[in-house]
Design a protein around this ligand. Structure first.
Ligand code: AMP
Length: 250
């Protein structure tokens, strides 16, 4: 496995892998890899194409009130995991390589990125689309693998790929959850056992909504009310939104 920091080296290796093996998959991550990432990378490898995993904590996706410097980092362990899994290359550029001094070009999706998380994180998706557009240009993958956990990211990136005619297929893998039902994420690892117990109300509420839909309930107001009611019983949880939306348009 090759570990690459420069854009020009990444471009050259990606072109070679694509030519030799007839395709190339990109798995973009912010590192601190866990079981969710592992499943994503595993699915990408199982598809049979060479795999590039990018590890880059994207400063543009953090708001001014969000802790970019404090985001967990474990680069050496991440590189070892990727090597063990059989990844072809890890792209881990320094921040200045992606955003050199004077950098001034951004990609903004202006519809799907506005509601839901776009309300409380108004600059987040612009950071994601700007970075992923750059990664697509640098790596030139035929396929990009994303996790369903980040449903709005998937919708926004799908829209960007369509609107800007990127020639890449988007593949989405299901959410990986811990045994207790909570989705595996970098930030959930920081929860104390008490907070984790409270956070479980989120998956409990979502499962309850699904049961209601499966049993024929079609009123979105009733579903949202039930979810809000379950979450409301936990005083440490603050509901930013509970919403039922079209998965394509959000
Ligand atoms: P991140 O490192 O948080 O930017 O995530 C990188 C990719 O891994 C994204 O496409 C995520 O959706 C995906 N991912 C992270 N956690 C999970 C999970 N628990 N299940 C499925 N995919 C995940």
């Amino acid at each position: 496995m090759q570990t690459i920091g420069s854009v020009s080296d990444m471009r050259a290796l990606a072109a070679r892998l694509r030519a030799e093996r007839g395709g190339l998959t990109l798995v973009p991550t912010m590192g601190a890899l866990h079981a969710g990432h592992e499943a994503l990378i595993g699915a990408a490898l199982a598809a049979g194409r060479p795999v590039v995993v990018s590890i880059f904590v994207n400063p543009l996706s953090f708001g001014s009130n969000e802790n970019f410097a404090g985001y967990p980092r474990s680069l050496q362990d991440d590189i070892e995991l990727c090597a063990r899994l059989g990844v072809d290359a890890v792209f881990t550029p320094p921040t200045e390589e992606i955003y050199p001094r004077g950098y001034s070009t951004y990609v903004t999706e202006e519809a799907v990125s506005k509601p839901l998380c776009g309300v409380s994180r108004p600059t987040h998706f612009r950071g994601v689309t700007s970075l992923v557009a750059k990664l697509l240009n640098i790596v030139g993958p035929t396929h990009i693998f994303l996790g369903q956990k980040d449903a709005q990211h998937v919708a926004v990136l799908r829209k960007m790929v369509a609107d800007l005619n990127f020639c890449v297929d988007l593949v989405v893998i299901p959410i990986v959850r811990d045994a207790d039902g909570l989705a595996v994420t970098v930030r959930n690892r920081e929860l104390t056992s008490t907070l984790r117990q409270e956070a479980l109300a989120i998956s409990v509420a979502l499962r309850r909504a699904k049961e209601m839909v499966d049993s024929g309930v079609r009123s979105t107001d009733r579903l949202v009310a039930e979810v809000t009611h379950i979450l409301g019983k936990h005083y440490r949880l603050r509901v930013i939104y509970a919403s039922i939306v079209d998965p394509v348009t959000m």
